[in-house]
Every structure is written in C-alpha cells, then in structure tokens.
Design a binder for this molecule. Structure first.
Ligand code: FHN
Length: 434
C-alpha cells in the first residue's frame, strides 16, 4: 500500500535549495537527443523488486513493521527467484508497447539488486540465487531494443553511515552515529559501478532525498560524475521539488503533471521532459493483499492523459519473490499493448497538443496532425477552440472515416460519429493546413 509522507513533503517545500542550485549544467548534445527520444518513447515499465517481495507487503515493509536491519538481513538467504526470466520481462514490456524499463537497483532497504563491489548487501553475495538481475536485464534490454533506467534510493535504511537519520529508518537498530559524507561516497561508488559496468543506460531515477530535505546531498558532485561517465544518460530525481541543475527530466508520483491528489506533487511543472509514475494497484512492491487493480481502460486513460500533458507514463509492476509477474499485471499490460498497436500513432512521438487538457479529453500533436482524444463526451458535437492553423481534414484514427467539421474564427466544431462499444478513447485526427 502507499504509505503517507506528508511530513517529508511539507519540510521539503520549506527548505532552501541544496548547493546544486549553483551548478551550471549544460546538457551534452547526446543528452538533448536522449531527452527527445525519451519524450517520443512515452511509455515505460517501472519495476519495484527486492528482498521485500518475500514479505508480500510492499517495499516499505521494513519501515512499516519496524524491522531491525539485522533481522531484515535474514530475508536475503530466502530470496531465490528461480522463475525470473529477463527475456520474458522485457518481452512483456515490449508487448505492452513500452520503450524503456526503470528498475530498482537499490530501494530504501539498501539492498543492491546488482553485484556491488563496495558492499556485500547485494543479490550476488547474500542470496542463494547469486545472479546479477540488473546485468541480465541490461543485456536483455539491449537485445530487444529497450532502454534500461536504474532507480536508485538515496535514502538507506541499512547503511550505518546514513546518519543523521531523516524522517524514516529509526527502528532499524543501527548505532546513533555515522558519517554522511562516507555514505555519499558509498552511494557514488555504487552509481559509478552501475554507470561503468552495465553498458549504456537510459538514465537514473533517484528517490529518497525527501527523507532529509535539509541535508547536503552533494548533488553537483554526483550529477557531474554521472554526466561525465554517460553524457546521454538522463538524470531525474523524485525529490518532489522543482528540478535542480544537472537533472534532465522531472517526474510526478501517482499524479499527472499539474495535479496533486497524492500530496507529493507541489512542485511547478518545468520545461524538462516529464514523466508520471503510477501503480496498477496501490502498491509499488509486491503486495499480496492489494487487489485494487486499475482496469486496462483506466491505464489507457492515464497514458493518454499523460501524453496530452506532454508527459510519459511509467507504469509499475511489483514482481513476486519467485521472479514472476502476477497475471493481473500481465493481462493489463497485454491489453494496453493491443490498444497501442491500433492507436500508437496518436501517442508515440507526439507532444502535448495545442488545446490544453479539457474535461472531455486531451490533444497530442505530431507535425501537421493534431490528435483529439475524446475520452469522456456523450454528445455528437464537440466544440474546440481555434487552432493555430486551418483544418484541412478530420478523420477517425481507428478506421479513417471522415469526420464532418465546421470551422469559424472562434474554433472548430466536430460532428463525432457514434462511439464503438467500450471505446476508451475516440481519436479524431485533424490535418492542419501548412
Ligand atoms: O518511497 C518511495 C516508494 O517506495 C516508491 O519507490 C515511490 C515511487 O515513485 N517513490 C517513493 C516515495 O516518493
């Protein structure tokens, strides 16, 4: 289940910007190209997976149940996901129409899902499985043509030098002392491993700075290192604040850009590429009891609404401890993929359209084509405001049928054909005059 974070958020918004605000960052040409690729890609798979999946109670189980670090460590010898198949996971993402994967290389429990040399608190050294799943996924993504991003938690409930503690991690039984600078060296060490040992990565998805919003996270040093090692890799951080220099994209959690139903998203929407991260049920990590699944239609609605707000959707699954992805997630991913195979033209490679989101839906645009996504509208006529150029033709994307329209100086009125049974998004393509 989602756990509340209002204190962290409130503090985060009150604190002054960390030192990175001074950093003058010029993204490399390869980085700008990667940003454009990212915006074209539109849809990614988020994966929250770690030893916590064994307890089937989400990725915050260590904090929520007050488990001491020494007790939590006993989970690792039980973690043996022999049914994990990187090729299957990547193929599933591919079938869903996703173009990239973002996986937890280390979540707040500090456990590395890769073969770290600066720690033995990792999958290769502590589990009977002994395999580096990040490496397997990186190789498989390359093989199947997807990009791999690594999620990395700056917050750490296991490392003794994560001190002073922040909002969380107080029941872990660690000594009340530690050297935060040494922790940051360790973190940079792990990030260096990821950025040098796994081929080209799509980027890094930081999380957890909100735990200690007042701390000096040495962002400039970390971001410089990452950009030097892989200039095309995108750096983003889920700190719930306006982006800092050195960041290449801005993410929103459980909300579309501009909305704040989850309580995290008070930051203004920036000009950077945008991404909304969302769960299919209410949990990021595997949660046996959480059956509050969104329908495929709801997920499609989210994807379309994100695209209409110029944002990607990063849709989460929390795999089981066996290494399998539960059927409820798989069926939804396949359904969204089937929809994208028919309608992907109005999503991939588009940007937010000329009409801002409306109660009836959104618009996306690619060159001379504006896609009107009618998500919720019962009447035959739909009045749009004036567009930047005259409309030459209007058709239904699904079958090419002509759509009658009337254009005046005030706008364009479409006469919509009857909607097909169960159609989530009726897409009308407007060809703009050159
Ligand atoms: O605490 C995490 C949570 O476990 C999950 O990883 C999400 C994903 O956006 N981010 C954090 C809370 O902001």
């Amino acid at each position: 289940m989602l756990r509340p974070l209002p204190i962290a958020l409130t503090l985060a918004t009150l604190m002054t910007a960390p030192a990175a605000a001074q950093y003058r960052y010029e993204p490399a040409p390869a980085n700008l190209a990667a940003r454009a690729w990212f915006q074209d890609a539109k849809f990614g798979l988020f994966i929250h997976w770690g030893v916590y999946s064994l307890l089937q109670d989400g990725e915050w189980v260590m904090q929520n149940r007050g488990i001491r670090a020494s007790e939590y460590e006993t989970l690792a010898p039980e973690f043996n996901p022999t049914r994990f198949d990187a090729a299957e996971w990547v193929a599933l993402a591919q079938a869903a129409g996703m173009r990239y994967i973002t996986i937890t290389s280390k979540h707040h429990d500090g456990f590395a899902m890769f073969d770290s040399q600066v720690s033995d608190w990792d999958i290769v050294e502590r589990t009977p499985y002994r395999r580096d799943v990040i490496r397997m996924l990186a190789e498989e993504c390359r093989r199947q043509g997807l990009r791999l991003f690594v999620y990395y938690s700056q917050l750490d409930w296991h490392h003794s030098d994560y001190f002073p503690r922040g909002q969380t991690g107080h029941a872990t039984g660690r000594a009340e002392s530690g050297d935060f600078g040494r922790y940051l060296d360790y973190m940079d060490g792990q990030l260096r491993e990821l950025f040098t040992g796994y081929g080209e990565l799509g980027g890094v998805w930081f999380d957890g700075m909100w735990d200690r919003p007042e701390a000096d996270w040495r962002l400039e040093r970390t971001y410089r290192m990452l950009h030097e090692l892989q200039p095309a890799a995108l750096v983003g951080s889920n700190h719930h604040r306006a982006p800092f220099p050195g960041e290449d994209f801005q993410m929103f959690e459980q909300d579309l850009p501009g909305a704040n139903t989850a309580g995290f998203n008070t930051a203004a929407v920036s000009d950077l590429p945008l991404e909304t991260a969302a769960t299919i049920n209410d949990s990021w990590g595997y949660h046996l009891g959480d059956r509050n699944f969104k329908s495929a239609a709801q997920v499609i609605g989210l994807l379309v609404n994100a695209a209409g707000r110029n944002a990607n959707l990063l849709l989460n699954v929390g795999p089981m401890p066996t290494g399998e992805i539960q059927p409820e997630f798989r069926t939804r991913l396949h359904e969204v993929g089937a929809w994208l195979r028919r309608n992907g033209e109005a999503i991939y490679g588009t940007r937010g359209g000329p009409i801002a989101p409306r109660p009836w839906g959104v618009t996306t645009q690619k060159q001379d084509r504006v896609y009107v996504h009618v998500l919720s509208w019962q009447d035959p006529r739909l009045a749009l405001p004036a567009l930047p150029r005259r409309v030459r033709a209007a058709t239904v994307l699904a079958d090419g049928r002509r759509v009658a329209f009337q254009e005046t100086a005030d706008g364009v009125t479409l006469t919509l054909p009857p909607r097909a049974e169960g159609e989530v998004d009726q897409i009308v393509v407007l060809e703009l005059a050159r």
